[in-house]
Design a protein around this ligand. Sequence first.
Ligand code: PEP
Ligand code: MG
Length: 326
Amino acid sequence: KKAEWAQLVNAESKTADGETFELVANIGTPKDLEGANDNGAEGIGLYRTEFLYMDSDQMPTEEEQFEAYKTVLEDMGERPVVVRTMDIGGDKNLPYLPLPEEMNPFLGYRAIRIGLHQPELLRTQLRALLRASVYGKLRIMFPMISNLAEFRQAKALVEEEKAKLVDDGVPVADDIQIGIMIEIPAAAVLADQFAKEVDFFSIGTNDLIQYTMAADRMNEHVSYLYQPYNPSVLRLIKSVIDASHKEGKWTGMCGEVAGDQTAVPLLVGMGLDEFSMSASSILKTRSLMSKLNKSEMESLVNKALTECTTSDEVANLVHDTVGDII
Ligand code: PEP
Ligand code: MG
């Protein structure tokens, strides 16, 4: 199998009936680029920038951030790089950024909520990103967006920082896409409205599942409720993809589900445009995709969403249909 996968490093990500998809990598630091390249990543679908903050004992400067982003963008060249603005809070803390003690950190002060409440932090990151944008194909993504007002505020910060840089004669790319993570059910439900204003979505299933099922992703006592194939989760995912396509936008996925071999046939059937995963899953997913028929997977999704009532039923249906391939 490994030998078969190795043949696919430079291959397109294509189904048996010729539909193409984008298979890209999740990275945490520029050090992860080597793995992404070795495994044939067609770009970076999630650069988790919080590691830049977590690996430091003070707030990284604009210059330090600029260097890291530039390294990643230059390395990828023509290939797109989706950089997520800092996703601190929840389970990720910084020793030098005091956060309030909270009963429910995953429902609390985290990610874009911190960025909008302490905009200087976000502005510094955005300036570093905008300056780096001329070195590659940058896409900026905001985490934990729950409503459109947040997205508009965050986008306004990008526009303001861009205008200042341009005024100062600093070159900034003019084709930077700005998108959001869909990881809060409220945003998934209103995806049709978001789709008119964003350039893209990336579905963060790690959080979307925990918030949809009300099951803490870190709590083993409720892990049985953490159900990636629950029809409720799958309906949300499909509605987000459909909403984006209606507005001519694209949808990716950067949660663990994107590289899950049982989920991939369903996601192909739904027409997910971009699959972002740890580099080590890319080649086996490309191999799996090459054996699937998109048209058959569309019927599979239809059946799963109309006939299945539980996560287990969906998993069984997938295995009964394509179990010999996955
Ligand atoms: C997610 O929630 O699916 C995601 C990709 O973000 P993180 O795992 O960093 O919260
Ligand atoms: Mg998340």
